[in-house]
Design a protein around this ligand. Structure first.
Ligand code: PLP
Length: 360
């Protein structure tokens, strides 16, 4: 197994030493001890601040896909309608997942290098009358960031719940859950928070809880059993005390830095990455700078290179970047500068390595 000195994969990101250390502490029983429930409450409060919400925060076990499924299954019954706003793989994925559980799904899509037109979303929402509208804040494979405010307002106007996957942006850019009318907000641990991929974080509005009660879904990814944790000291399974401690270290370090400073650091590093790429003639994938995500940059694989050759040449120099999926596979590669990797010297070193490799 190789460890890359220049780790710039867009998740799972490099886990910093102090988070690894926190992870390795030994604990008692997370389902029985007061200390664990206090830690859970502390993390909830920090996440409310970070994500801009006064509504509930639920911290569950499992990789982020568990809450993408959990959000859909908790809010929808077979026959219900879902409208997916899609400009990439994850956006489209919500419609596919919904169909797999018997939900009628429609999509308002754009090319993956641009963003869906909110006016088209509004028309579709008012005609189709979905119960749930889904959107992806940072569409990681495309390197784009989708503004949420207008979509949230459309969901309110159409009487739909608004679910947002901010797995790859939350903590690196403001997501403003309440201001953007997000009813179900989803965040993973292995992106900006720089933890291993074992915890998932969801924000859930009072409106969403009402729908969850009515749907009454039961299953491993169901939210209802978590509703009263930690006021009621009972969880559906043993929690990950290691992960929860590491999460506390990660959130505390963002708060020490200052949230605004952390967001500014992400923007600065993203700008540096794209400027260096431009200087060496590497073409950005998104159609314009203003739709680029501050947490990940997507570029075309340069002419004269296959993705496999580029990847091998970078890895030979100790640098790992992200490939791509579906229609972008082999054509677009990604540099993940989120969380621990939103680090100017690291990204500068990575871009210098890329420049040396391309001189071949
Ligand atoms: C990482 C990510 C997820 C979780 O998916 P995995 O690839 O399984 O980690 C979900 N949504 C977005 C936008 C992501 O970037």
């Amino acid at each position: 197994m190789r460890e890359y000195k220049i780790g710039l994969v867009p998740g799972p990101v490099s886990v910093p030493g102090k988070i690894r250390e926190a992870w390795l502490t030994n604990f008692g029983s997370s389902d029985l001890e007061m200390e664990f429930f206090e830690l859970y409450a502390q993390n909830q409060a920090l996440l409310q601040r970070l994500l801009g919400t006064k509504e509930s925060v639920v911290i569950t076990l499992g990789e982020a896909m568990s809450i993408l499924w959990g959000g859909l299954k908790s809010a929808l019954k077979p026959g219900d309608r879902l409208l997916a706003v899609a400009s990439g793989l994850f956006g489209e994925g919500f419609a596919d997942m919904a169909r797999a559980i018997g939900v009628q799904a429609e999509t308002v899509s754009s090319e993956y290098d641009s963003l869906p037109d909110p006016q088209k979303v509004r028309e579709a929402a008012l005609r189709f009358r979905p119960k749930l509208i889904t959107a992806v804040h940072c569409e990681t494979p495309s390197g784009t960031l989708n503004p949420l405010k207008e979509l949230g307002e459309i969901a309110r106007e159409a009487g739909a719940l608004f679910l947002v996957d901010f797995v790859a942006s939350g903590g690196g850019v403001a997501v403003d859950v309440d201001a953007n009318h997000i009813d179900i907000g989803l965040l993973g641990s292995q992106k900006v928070l720089s933890l291993p991929p074992s915890l998932s974080i969801s924000t859930i509005s009072a409106r969403a809880w009402d729908v969850f009660e009515e749907v009454n879904y039961g299953g491993y990814e169901a939210y209802l059993p978590w509703r009263s944790v930690p006021a009621v000291r009972y969880m559906p399974c043993t929690h990950d005390w290691h992960g929860m401690t590491a999460l506390n270290v990660s959130l505390s370090s963002i708060m020490e830095e200052g949230m605004e400073n952390a967001f500014a650091r992400h923007s600065r590093v993203a700008a540096l990455c794209r400027k260096r790429a431009q200087e060496m003639g590497v073409k950005p994938f998104p159609v314009s700078e203003d739709i680029c995500s501050p947490t990940v940059s997507a570029f075309y694989v340069p002419d004269g290179w296959t993705w496999e050759e580029l990847d091998a040449a970078l890895r030979a120099r100790g640098m790992a970047v992200g490939g791509n999926y579906g229609r972008l596979a082999g054509k677009v590669f990604r540099i993940g500068h989120m969380g621990s990797q939103a680090d100017e010297p690291l990204v500068a070193r990575g871009m210098e390595t890329l420049r040396e490799v391309l001189k071949r």
